[in-house]
Design a protein around this ligand. Structure first.
Ligand code: EAX
Length: 322
């Protein structure tokens, strides 16, 4: 009998040892919903990390504003209430003003240039700036080139922007950009459908996927393909949490996020033509080639403003342009 129980205990112990250790879970937050650019990157990261760690890591994605606006999400990452986030470049502005260099109008002429610069030394330099605010910068995925939509009039040149009540991201830089262009900007978090519907806002600017996923074509008649700002997403982690990880885990997390970012950029770009078709089919009036020289001229003065005065900000901007 005793021998039987001993064997049984042994078997149970072996069975327990064979079970994988409970997976360590990472909370990862994005403001937008499934099907959005942020969420596609988050899902791909989760897939890669779970696979490559053999299930030792799992990822819980908080989406659709479950943790508030992107500014609030950044605060929660700083506090360690959630470990990671994939956040649009704009809302970093108040915490790490150096990040605003990424959003300088017409900085990148095309996707290939954005990739080359962000995946190179200058991208790393910007990611390193995040550490002073308690973030580990992991990778750049993308929101995409931002275009202007509004419910008032076709915008064919910068003069047409005059007085438009436009929502901008929670960012000093984006607010100043739209002031310089002559609009009346209000910084606020995402989403903004009801404000556009009710007319408290006339305009917004975002990549085309946003018009589709959030059905903004229902409340915005006019679309101008301005592509004024290349909008990166920055994947970040709480710095203290990240630094306490084993070296192998740090490497794995960075590798999976970089790969997820590459995957997501390709995915995002492959959708653009279809989104434009959809906007036309939904009845939006599209100005395909607005007079971008007029936008460039007005936005160039931003560089002379206080928000670009700090030597490190100037240095980064110069580096990104080279
Ligand atoms: O999808 O807040 C914003 O405008 C961001 O671009 C967000 O990704 C919207």
């Amino acid at each position: 009998m005793t021998a039987f129980f001993r064997t049984l205990a042994c078997c149970l112990a072996l069975m327990l040892m064979a079970l994988p250790a409970a997976a360590a879970q990472i909370g990862l937050t994005v403001v937008t919903k499934p099907g959005s650019a942020q969420h596609v990157a988050a899902e791909q990261f989760a897939r890669l990390l779970e696979q490559r760690s053999g299930g030792a890591w799992s990822v819980k994605i908080f989406h659709s504003g479950a943790l508030g606006t992107e500014t609030e999400m950044l605060q929660q990452i700083q506090l360690g209430a959630v470990q990671m986030g994939i956040i649009t470049e704009g809302p970093f502005d108040t915490m790490v003003p150096e990040v605003r260099v990424l959003s300088f109008p017409f900085l990148f002429p095309d996707h290939a240039t954005a990739d080359r610069v962000l995946d190179g030394q200058m991208g790393t330099a910007v990611l390193n700036e995040l550490e002073k605010a308690g973030f580990k910068g992991l990778a750049f995925s993308e929101n995409g080139f931002r275009h202007l939509s509004n419910s008032v009039r076709p915008v064919t040149a910068a003069n047409d922007v005059a007085g438009l009540k436009i929502r901008v991201m929670e960012s000093t830089f984006h607010r100043e950009l739209w002031r310089a262009l002559g609009a009346n900007p209000t910084p606020m978090g995402w989403p903004i459908y009801s404000e556009l519907q009710q007319g408290t806002l006339d305009a917004q600017e975002n990549p085309l996927w946003v018009l589709s996923v959030y059905k903004l074509f229902e409340v915005q008649k006019h679309l101008s393909l301005t592509g004024h700002v290349y909008s990166a997403h920055i994947a970040v982690a709480n710095l203290g949490w990240f630094n306490r990880l084993a070296d192998a885990d740090k490497t794995l997390i960075v590798e999976c996020m970089r790969e997820a970012a590459q995957y997501q950029r390709a995915w995002n770009r492959s959708q653009e033509a279809a989104y434009l078709e959809e906007m036309r089919a939904q009845g939006m009036q599209v100005v395909e080639q607005p007079d971008m020289a007029s936008f460039r001229e007005r936005s160039a003065r931003l560089e002379e403003m206080d928000i670009f005065a700090a030597p490190r900000i100037r240095e980064l901007l110069r580096g990104l342009r080279e």
